[in-house]
Ligand binder design. Sequence first.
Ligand SMILES: [Zn+2]
Length: 317
Amino acid sequence: MKYYVGIDLGGTNIKGMIMNETLQPVISKSAPTPQNKNPESVFSEIINLIESMAAESKTNMGDVLGIGLGVPGLIDSRMNLVLNAANLFWTDVDAGKWLEEYFNIPVYTENDGNINALGEMHFGAGRGCGNILLLTLGTGLGSGIIIDGNILHGASHVAAEAGHMIIETNGEKCSCGKRGCFESCCSAAALIRYARERIKDHPDSLLLAYASGNQDAITGEMISKAWDEEDAAAKQAVEIFAKKLSIGMVNLINLFNPEIIIISGGVSQLGERILGRAREQVENTLMHPIQHCRIVTGELGIDAGVMGACYLARSNT
Ligand SMILES: [Zn+2]
């Protein structure tokens, strides 16, 4: 039996999985990302994680054909080069070198949005689809675009930065330094910002009660709960979020004509509260019914990345 290793590197956690040659998961584990985040510590943690998964599952590393690695940031996958990963404070890190030299196994590095999209395409909500957009609404807004079954890479392999499309002039400042990016309008922090703004008109909001009067303590989960209780501030915050999400999605639909948009990340836990409204607004804004595309939440949750990374290794070997 041959095997594939998938690693999904995040700013907080590193997730790992081993799949066998029929793409059945053998084992999965995770470890915290070292706090100093320097490449040497991070790759030594990844090596530990892979070795401990192999030992526990009695997988011989000699039978592993490839390692797929997802990293949040701008990645030149042709050279396994992490050009920029803001969460990790990395620039120009040769991700392949560390693992390939240690294990002597080929490594394939991709942006984390792309491996999430591959995961959902092969194992989750996008099964059977060849044209997929994945949007991860969390701390930031990650994206992966699959066209005709292949990851859209672009001329210099840094395509699919949907989070930095500008959808609002003079909008909120984004982590990239610009204003009004899709990310600054539709991240978890943005949803909470809208709720805080709406509380000004609704000082009796349940959100304040849930957060013990501290606006800074409001979470997405509280907004979800207050929405279910018909709380006006929560309802309006979700409405604002859904409207902006629909603007970004319509732009992407007009460009890429996907058959499905998969929403993942922390904000996706609000599910139909957001998607119901966003879907309605998208349908009302499309140019022609032929552009119809399903908008759903991901099925794999936090496993989409590692599963996609295993698939990435298999598709390259
Ligand atoms: Zn931006």
